[in-house]
Design a protein around this ligand. Structure first.
Ligand code: B12
Length: 214
């Protein structure tokens, strides 16, 4: 039964059916299906659309349609993740954002939600965040962790720029830096001197815990 619900949720995103995606997301909550499993199938669905786009079989309106369906379902699932994981004690403070030039928000928001559900205080700066704004955010919230997301090869170098700016401000050693997003690899993360990389939101949650324990 839970497999059927998850398959229908995935299908709704692939078919750009926002109403369907929202109602299958509600069914996930109603049937008490693990909400992180729902995030996983939604991610698979939207990546499938992205792959079609990169092969030239699908076009921008297809990306927009799938993103809309995804955006109709994610708040419902994210609310459930927060409810299930609600805790009082803070594990640390995170500043998160998608880098300058990049407006992709879905993966970054998933990471923010899971970190929050796991007990971190999360300050989500949003999308299209400049190096200067990241630095301001880290100072303002006295962050333990900086989390940056980049979905495009053209915006990945912004992560290096942020780290260089932190060095200039003598803040680099005051904060642990984790990076991710579709355009990032372990090799790239190492090359810019990040403290950690993970390819999934669930992995990001485990990584954040490891980083604050160090
Ligand atoms: C949806 C989508 C859009 C939507 C975004 C809607 C929104 N509100 O976010 C819209 C339609 C607006 C869009 C626009 C564009 N897009 Co787009 N988009 C996508 C698509 C299909 C899915 C992205 C997504 O949401 N994935 C699902 C999430 C859950 O995955 P994720 O973000 O990778 O996050 C996961 C992990 O990476 C990780 N993670 C994420 N962040 C972080 C951070 C940390 C710290 C850690 C540890 C982990 C982590 O956890 C998440 C969950 O597991 C991708 C294809 C793809 N394969 O990703 C293309 C894609 C990213 N887009 C692409 C392009 C080219 C564009 C446009 C330039 C298109 C255009 N011609 O206008 C514009 C960019 C505008 C801009 N300046 O940013 C290209 C980028 C190519 C490249 N190599 O650079 C891609 C790869 C498509 C492709 N195959 O060509 N896009």
């Amino acid at each position: 039964m839970s497999i059927e619900v998850l398959e229908n949720l995935k299908k709704a995103i692939i078919e750009y059916d926002s109403e369907g995606a929202a109602s299958w997301a509600k069914k996930v909550v109603q049937d008490r299906i693990d909400p992180t499993k729902a995030l996983d199938v939604m991610t698979v669905a939207i990546r499938q659309i992205g792959d079609g786009f990169s092969r030239g079989e699908l076009f921008l309106p297809d990306l927009v349609g799938a993103a809309d369906a995804m955006s109709a379902a994610t708040p419902i699932i994210e609310e459930e993740i927060k409810r299930v994981g609600a805790r009082r004690e803070s594990l640390g403070t995170v500043v998160i954002g998608t880098v300058y030039g990049d407006i992709h928000t879905i993966g970054k928001t998933m990471v923010a939600t899971l970190l929050q559900a796991d007990g971190f205080v999360v300050n989500d700066l949003g999308i299209n965040i400049t190096a200067e704004n990241f630095v301001e955010g880290i100072k303002k919230y006295n962050a333990d962790i900086l989390a940056m997301s980049s979905l495009m090869t053209t915006t990945a170098p912004e992560q290096r720029k942020v780290i260089e700016t932190l060095k200039k401000e003598s803040l680099r050693d005051k904060v642990k830096i984790m990076v991710g997003g579709g355009a990032i690899t372990q090799e790239f993360a190492d090359s810019i001197g990040a403290d950690g990389y993970e390819p999934t939101a669930v992995g990001a949650m485990k990584l954040a815990k490891r980083l604050v324990e160090k």
